[in-house]
Design a protein around this ligand. Sequence first.
Ligand code: NAD
Length: 293
Amino acid sequence: MKLIDGKAVAEELKNALKQDVSEYKQKTGRVPHLAAILVGDNPASMAYVGNKVKSCEHVGFKSTLISLGSDITEEQLHEEITKLNQNPDVDGFIVQLPLPPQINEVTVTLAIDYRKDVDGFHPVNFGRMAQGLPCFLPATPYGITMLLDRYNIETAGKHVVVVGRSNIVGTPISILLSRKTKMGDATVTLAHSRTKELQKLLLQADIIIAAIGIPGFIQEDMVKQGAVVIDVGINRVEDDHHEKGSKLVGDVDFEHVKEKCSFITPVPGGVGPMTVMGLLMNTYKSANKEIYP
Ligand code: NAD
């Protein structure tokens, strides 16, 4: 079994990006600028956004954090989005999900100018991705393909089973891996809560991508010997041995599954840091007008 060290790969990529940013600065006199809107005080969201801001500092980006109260109205949030859409100094921005119940996430996603949608959630980017056109790839699927590439994991002709069909992970990664591209050409099965005989399907998978949100869902007896297992799940579970009284685990029963795999991602330190990398790469591409000239 080989551990896929997402943290180390993200560090390498960040150091390379830092170099690119310094050249970009010399050429243009400015640095790429990522903004983030955080609504409310959800501890997980605060931690994710904090990480993104720290990563911006690491690579030399400018970052702006806009923190809004959880009682904000949809209209007020839209005003903030419009300001960022119109601000020529902002290359890209994200609205950290989840949002409070009074706010419609779909409307918010649609309000973001797709040319600044560095999370890759806007239907224009999603549609362009599905058609193989230049776009901002959704950050997590982008991060996963960078990891597979870095570890020279062949996807062409392989059977990939993706478990989970969210708009931000499961569905886009299933499309990306099935396209006729370098990290694509796979035969993909997209499984979800209504899938029958999931274990039978999983046992045929050369590559499993788990994006479910249920701790330890993928068990040893669901994985073929030698399979590659990419665990996207981030679940906080109680743990008395930890000083915080809890710890983060993935959707894969790592300790039991790892012996059967050729490659496996840990949680934390697998896909998570690569999601941030996807976001940084999209922002850099936006600053360079690489996707939308
Ligand atoms: P989601 O929470 O929106 O949906 C979960 C999916 O799992 C659904 O499509 C559902 O059909 C499927 N599912 C639920 N029960 C199932 C079952 N019994 N059998 C088969 N499928 C089942 O998905 P999401 O937003 O992609 O999040 C999934 C996990 O990934 C969460 O733990 C989330 O925190 C994590 N996540 C991690 C990153 C990262 O950067 N590592 C990014 C996004 C999400």
